[in-house]
Design a binder for this molecule. Structure first.
Ligand code: GRF
Length: 201
């Protein structure tokens, strides 16, 4: 099996979209792949409820319990490799998927998962890397916004673009209404991009 480990911090709706697509499109038989585990840095992340209901292995690592970013990332790597190694021929996860995981990762973490680490960002990268993307797009007067699935490098919200979706910015939009419109597209492009990676495309 190719094991996917998904990292979340909150709602986990992108994680849920990937899990649902894995079931619907039968990744287990078609691609020899499965979502092996969901890891959160927050114990109260809403997405953990969905993951547990779907009988996925879950783990919580509270970053505040570690003395440094390096110490947290080392523990996180060990947990991902333990969960992602189970039942896989390679003994390690095939893909580590960041889905609303609100932590900046160390270069050591990014190097450890080189070629296997992807993220979704709620803007049309390279525009609006970082936080508050929707309000910034509205403030700039953008007519279009969107989301980007990309490979992760040590530079925040950079790396090769794997998929994108575009939505209009409508008159009267707030950050919340725009975010909701973008999120519906995230749920389409993220499972699609992961499926493509697993198929070797
Ligand atoms: C998404 O908009 C994602 O792009 C951003 O945070 C949000 C997470 O949503 N990084 P969810 O946890 O997947 O519901």
């Amino acid at each position: 099996m190719k094991n996917i480990v998904i990292l979340i911090s909150g709602g986990g709706s992108n994680m849920a979209a990937i899990v649902k697509q894995a079931e619907k499109a039968d990744w287990a038989h078609r691609l020899g792949a499965r979502v092996a585990a969901v890891v959160s840095n927050k114990a109260d992340a809403q997405g953990l409820v969905f993951a547990r209901e779907h009988r996925l292995a879950t783990a919580v690592l509270d970053h505040k319990a570690y003395p440094s970013r390096d110490a947290f990332d080392a523990a996180l790597m060990a947990e991902i490799d333990r969960l992602g190694g189970a039942g896989s021929m390679a003994g390690q996860p095939a893909l580590v998927v960041l889905a609303g995981f609100m932590r900046i990762l160390t270069p050591g973490f990014v190097a450890h998962y080189a070629g296997r680490l992807v993220n979704i960002h709620p803007s049309l990268l390279p525009a609006f890397a970082g936080l508050n993307t929707h309000q910034r797009a509205i403030d700039e007067g953008c007519k279009f916004a969107g989301a980007t699935v990309h490979r992760v490098t040590t530079e925040l919200d950079h790396g090769q673009i794997l998929d994108q979706a575009v939505v209009p910015v409508l008159p009267g939009d707030t950050a919340a209404t725009l975010a909701a419109r973008v999120l519906t597209q995230e749920h389409i492009i993220y499972p699609r991009a992961v499926e493509r990676l697993l198929s070797g495309g």
